[in-house]
Write a new protein. Sequence first.
Length: 289
Amino acid sequence: MLLFLQSFLNGLLLGGIYAAYSAGFSLIFGVMGVVNIFHGEMVMLGAFITYWSFTLFHIDPFLTIPLSIVSLFLFGYLVQLFVINRVVEAPPMISYILTFGIHLIISYTALWLWSADFRTVTTTYSGFNVNLHGIVIPYARLATFGIALIVVLGLYLLLNKSEMGRAIQATAQDKEMARLMGVNVRQIYAVTFGIGAAVTGMAGSLLSTYFIIFPQMGLPYTIIAFCVVVLGGMGYVPGALWGGLILGVVQSLTATYLSAGLSGALTFILLFVVLIIRPAGIAGKGIVE
C-alpha cells in the first residue's frame, strides 16, 4: 500500500508540471487552431535560461521564473507577429510545416551554441524532502507542483475575468465577428502566443530543478503536451490540468508495477483510446475537428 501511495503521489507531482507546460499548448490551439510543433523548444529555452542564470550568476532557480516568463513572452509574441501570423488563415498543413521548421532552427541552434552535453541544476536544497509516515515528498517537486497549479488557475482567470481574456475568447469563437467589434485579431493572436510561450518557459524553469537539460529535449515534451491536451480536451485550458494529472499518475504507476519502458507506450495507447471514445477530451469540452 505504501508503494502505491508513493507512486501515486509521484505521479501527481509529475502531472502538475505536465499540466503547466501543456496549458500554453492548449491555449494556442484553442485560439488559433495552430498545433505548435516547436512547443517543446520553448520548454528547453526556459530550462536553459534557469540553468545559465544559476550557473553563471548563482541565481536561485525559482527566482529565475520571472526572467523566463518575460523572455519567452517576447519570443512568442515576436515569432507569432512576424512569422506565424502569415499562415494562420492557411490550411493546417502549412502551419505544421512552418512550426516544424522553427523547431529545427531552434533545436539545432541550441545544439550549436551549447553542445549536446547533459546538464543539471543542483541546489543546496535539491535533496531535501519531507517524510510523512514513509511517504517521501521532495521539496522542489512540491514547490513546482504548487506553482504549476497557480499558473493554470491564473491562466483560467485571465481568460474569464479580464478584458484581454474576453477579447481572446471572442477571437477564438468567431474572429470575423470579433474583428467587426473592433478587436485587433492580429494583435490578439500575438499576445495569445506570447502568453502561451511565457507559461511554457516558466514550466521549463520549474522542471530544470529535477530533470536533465539538453538542446534536443524539446520534441518529447511537445509529444507529451499533445497527449495531455487531447486527454483534457484540445483548446480547453482547465482540461490541461486534468490531462496532466491523469497522465502523470498513469505513467508513474506503470513504471512502478510494470516497466518504465511501458509507460511511454501506455501514453500513446491512452491517447488512441481517448481519440476514439471521447475525442472532445475527458471533460467533453475540447475542440473536435
